[in-house]
Ligand binder design. Structure first.
Ligand SMILES: [Zn+2]
Length: 137
């Protein structure tokens, strides 16, 4: 599990910035086949450091989220965006940017799907599934 701190977020952002495919790429351990999200570089189960990049299905649930205000660079005005940790259906947790309104507190997980590779904010972009019962609680 990742700790929620700026250092981890920065590291993840750098790695996701390399991802330009239409699919969200995760890592599979070359020895035991467990799946991980970047920036994992060593398998927590078997200590192997040989990973293969594989596409994720792109669906998951929001674990936690936070609104942040930041500027992509020094010449750009600050913008508000929602960053989140999403648990993919395959298991790994990934840092993401969420497009759309912040989810209301509820007991049911908020389902999201992968939308696009990283933009200026470096994280893969997810959207909240249409028809999600955000106000159902
Ligand atoms: Zn392994």
């Amino acid at each position: 599990m990742h700790e929620w701190n700026p250092e981890n977020i920065q590291k993840c952002g750098d790695i996701y910035a390399e991802c330009t495919e239409a699919a969200l790429m995760i890592r599979r351990c070359g020895s035991c086949s467990r799946l991980f999200a970047p920036p994992v570089t060593r398998c927590s189960a078997c200590r192997c450091d040989d990973f293969e990049r594989v596409p994720a299905g792109g669906n998951g649930s929001i674990v936690c989220w936070r609104m942040v205000t930041c500027a992509p660079d020094a010449r750009t005005d600050s913008v508000k965006s929602m960053i989140a940790i999403v648990e993919l259906d395959e298991g790994p947790w990934v840092y993401t940017t969420i497009d759309g309104e912040p989810p209301r507190a509820g007991r049911r997980p908020v389902r999201v799907r992968f939308q696009a590779p990283p933009r200026g904010d470096r994280f893969p972009v997810f959207v909240i599934n249409a028809g999600q019962a955000v106000a159902a609680e």
